[in-house]
Write a protein that binds this ligand. Structure first.
Ligand code: MLT
Length: 332
C-alpha cells in the first residue's frame, strides 16, 4: 500500500467513525396543508427523532393527502404499506370505535381537557385499544382546537339557521348523528374531496378547527364561521404497528420519546398560533358569529340524543364515564 492509499484509507475510516450510517427516512402522510397543526406536529416529530436517534432515523412529510385520504392512510399503515400518518381522530374512529369517546359532542371542553385525557390513563388505554383494533399505534397527539362551522351562504347562530344548509362531515357516524340531532342530514365525504366540493358548491359548508380552515385555504371558498365548540379536534400521529414491532428496543424508545416531544410542541403551537390564525381569517374576509345563548340549544340536542346512541359502540357508558370523571365532571 503506497503512502497515498494509506492516507486515503485512514481518512475514510475516520469519516466512517464520525458519520452515522445512512439515515432511514420514514414516510409520514399528512392530511392537511402547510401551516396547520398537523404539519407542526410532523416537523417537531422529525426533529426530535433525528436528535434522539443520533441522525439514524428521520422522516419526510407528504402534505395535502399526497399519500392518500386520511382514512385510507390508517388502513395503509395497518397493512404495513405506509410508515406513519397524522390524521384527525374522527378518521381513526371507524377502525377503533372506543376512540369515538373523544369525538362525542361536548365531551372535551377545552385544550386542557384534551391534553389531560390524551396524556393520562385514558390515552394509554386508547393507544392499547387502537393497536388491537386497527393495527396502528398512536405515538403522539396533535391538538387543533374546536371544530368551527363554516359555510358560504349565511351567518349561523341558532339551530334554526342551520336548516337548509348542505354540510359536509367526515365519514364518522357520531358526527353524522350530531348534525341529525340539529335537524339536518349532513353529507359524509372523504377529507381529500372536501375543498373541491366546497369550491364547486356541491356542499355549502363543513366544520374543522381554525388551524385547518387556514391550512386548507378554506377562506377562498367559505365566508361565514360559527364558533361551535362541539368537538375539540385531536390529531394523533400513528405508526404502523408492524413497523414498530420490527424496531430494536432502543429505536422503539427513541420513536416513543420523539412522539412525546412532538405532543408537547403541538400543544404549544396551538396556544401560540390559534388566536393569530383566527385574526388572519377575519383579515381575509371571513365573518365570525357566536352561537346564540352560549350554544345551549346545540349542546342540549346533541348530548341528550347522540351520547346514548353510542354507548355500546365505544365499549359501554363506563368508558365515557371514565373520561368525564377524569376531567372532574359528573358521570352520566
Ligand atoms: C376531517 O374533517 O376529515 C378531518 O378533520 C380533516 C383533518 O384532519 O384536518
Amino acid at each position: 500500500m503506497n503512502r497515498m492509499t494509506r492516507l486515503l484509507t485512514g481518512t475514510l475510516t475516520a469519516l466512517a467513525l464520525v458519520l452515522p450510517a445512512a439515515a432511514t427516512e420514514y414516510r409520514i402522510a399528512v392530511g392537511d396543508g402547510a401551516g396547520g397543526t398537523q404539519e407542526a406536529l410532523g416537523k417537531a416529530f422529525i426533529a426530535a427523532l433525528e436528535e434522539k436517534s443520533g441522525g439514524e432515523m428521520t422522516g419526510k412529510l407528504f402534505l395535502n393527502g399526497q399519500l392518500g385520504d386520511e382514512q385510507d392512510t390508517v388502513t395503509a399503515a395497518a397493512t404495513g404499506t405506509l410508515d406513519f400518518s397524522i390524521v384527525a381522530i374522527n378518521n381513526i374512529t371507524p377502525f377503533s370505535p372506543s376512540v369515538g369517546t373523544l369525538t362525542l359532542p361536548y365531551v372535551i371542553l377545552s385544550q386542557e381537557d384534551a391534553e389531560k385525557v390524551t396524556q393520562g390513563e385514558v390515552g394509554e388505554k386508547m393507544i392499547a385499544q387502537t393497536i388491537e383494533d386497527a393495527g396502528v399505534r398512536i405515538i403522539g397527539w396533535g391538538y387543533s382546537g374546536f371544530r368551527v362551522l363554516t359555510n358560504s351562504k349565511k351567518p349561523v347562530s341558532t339551530v334554526a339557521d342551520l336548516q337548509g344548509l348542505v354540510i359536509r362531515v367526515p365519514k364518522n357516524e357520531i358526527m353524522i348523528e350530531t348534525y341529525k340531532s340539529w335537524g339536518i342530514n349532513p353529507t359524509p365525504m372523504a377529507w381529500g374531496e372536501t375543498f373541491a366540493a366546497l369550491q364547486q358548491k356541491v356542499v355549502d359548508g363543513q366544520d374543522n378547527p381554525y388551524m385547518t380552515v387556514y391550512s386548507m385555504k378554506f377562506d377562498e371558498v367559505q365566508k361565514y364561521i360559527t364558533d361551535l365548540r362541539y368537538i375539540f379536534s385531536i390529531e394523533p400521529l400513528i405508526i404502523s404497528e408492524a413497523l414498530f414491532e420490527g424496531l430494536s428496543d432502543e429505536q422503539k424508545s427513541q420513536v416513543l420519546e420523539a412522539g412525546k416531544a412532538a405532543t408537547m410542541a403541538s400543544a404549544e403551537f396551538l396556544r401560540a398560533e390559534e388566536a393569530k390564525i383566527r385574526e388572519e381569517l377575519v383579515a381575509r374576509g371571513m365573518e365570525i358569529t357566536a352561537p346564540a345563548d352560549d350554544e345551549k340549544e346545540f349542546i342540549e340536542k346533541a348530548t341528550t340524543t347522540v351520547w346514548p346512541k353510542f354507548y355500546d359502540q365505544i365499549g359501554g357508558v363506563e368508558v365515557l364515564n371514565t373520561v368525564l370523571t377524569s376531567l372532574g365532571r359528573p358521570a352520566v
